[in-house]
Design a protein around this ligand. Structure first.
Ligand code: NAD
Length: 337
């Protein structure tokens, strides 16, 4: 099997994670990494480091580009990479604007390259099992989906400013999870939120805590609770409740030991954050993408998944701004062709 030659744009938290995971994949050769701070990053153990990502776009040997730079750079790079004939793995969200995302989608469709969006949680063994349980109607008809998704600590304010807000940056994973588990579109959103963790987050126009109600096309209802700060770790739970039962995903921790003592029962806190909690899922999403390229198959989560999660985020923001439930714009068949 020949190697797939990869270039990575953006070597921050998520770029380095993918880089380190791909170093262990025998069918992948990471040829170059680009970051605006490439000269200050030391040796990342790759063939070439560059400050100018155009060197990656223009390298004829590179077949696949990982876009791991901040969200406001994504659509420009997607269009350039697609026009250069590269397959693209892009971190979430695609952008902050539906127009920009649709424009990039057209370019990707036209170029005929593969595109996968970084919704890593779909590749978590427990969440994907719940999807199968729901699909097989093992819990009967799905009535309610409950997602708890809380970070251990808020990101720095500089990150918040460039993040697009809680819904576009963080809840977007939960919006995708909601679509994934139910296999149904979200048609209406009602969101309430506030800056309860850090008032400075309100000063920069964002929130850090939210409750989001969802109505699905198949009639099911959903609720997501988000916080930027759970003091006990990364809280990632889910319950699918239906007419014949419920399927629950609990937190993952370093061990599942319950220790009984005089002063109470103790167990490990949940894993601290996404790097620990989802590393297997990050590896799986990239392996899946490489298989899709090698075998010329459909990717597991593509552009449309990115568009729809982003539309739910846009509707949630509008709901916060208006205090009203908001309909989620659906894709028409012309866009999908
Ligand atoms: N899937 C996930 O679980 C997950 C987790 C974290 C972040 N993300 C997404 O990944 C993206 C990056 O987030 P992050 O947390 O790694 O941010 P980060 O700030 O840690 O890293 C971004 C890196 O991109 C570099 N960069 C900026 N502009 C660049 C350019 N023009 N060319 C090359 N490099 C450039 C920065 O110098 C920085 O090193 C965001 O879109 C974010 O939403 C996804």
């Amino acid at each position: 099997m020949s190697e797939i030659v990869v270039g990575i744009i953006g070597a921050g938290r998520i770029g380095k994670l993918h880089l380190n995971n791909m170093k262990h994949m025998s069918n992948v050769r990471i040829k170059a990494v680009s970051d605006v701070f490439a000269d200050q990053m030391g040796d990342l153990g790759v063939e070439r480091m560059t400050k100018d990502y155009q060197e990656i776009i223009q390298d004829p040997e590179i077949q696949v580009i990982f876009i791991c730079s901040p969200t406001d750079t994504h659509t420009t790079i997607i269009k350039e990479a697609a026009r250069a004939g590269k397959h693209i793995f892009c971190e979430k969200p695609i952008s902050f604007s539906d127009e920009e995302t649709l424009e990039a989608y057209e370019v990707v469709k036209e170029a005929g390259v593969k595109f996968q969006i970084g919704f890593n949680r779909r590749f978590d063994r427990n969440f994907s099992k719940v999807r199968s349980i729901v699909e097989a109607k093992q819990i009967g008809d799905l009535h309610v989906l409950k997602i708890t998704s809380r970070d251990p600590e808020p990101p720095p304010l500089e990150y918040v400013l460039r993040s697009g807000g809680l819904f576009a940056d963080m809840s977007i994973h939960d919006f995708d999870m909601a679509r994934f588990i139910t296999n149904s579109e979200v048609i209406e959103v009602f969101a309430q939120g506030g800056a309860l963790v850090n008032p400075k987050i309100a000063e920069v126009g964002d929130i850090d805590t939210a409750i989001i109600h969802l109505k699905f096309a198949n009639g099911a209802l959903g609720v997501i609770d988000n916080s930027r700060q759970a003091v006990y770790g990364y809280d990632q739970r889910l319950e699918a409740f239906g007419s014949e039962g419920s399927a629950n995903v609990k937190n993952e921790a370093a061990s599942r030991i319950e220790m009984f003592a005089k002063d109470g029962i103790k167990e490990d806190n949940p894993y601290h954050f996404f790097l620990e909690r989802y590393n297997d899922a990050y590896i799986q999403e990239v392996s899946d993408f490489m298989t899709a390229i090698e075998q010329d198959k459909e990717v597991t989560c593509g552009f449309v998944d990115g568009i729809m999660a982003q539309r739910i985020a846009i509707a949630a923001k509008k709901s916060i701004d208006t205090g009203m439930p908001v309909q989620v714009e659906q894709l028409n068949s012309l866009v999908l062709e």
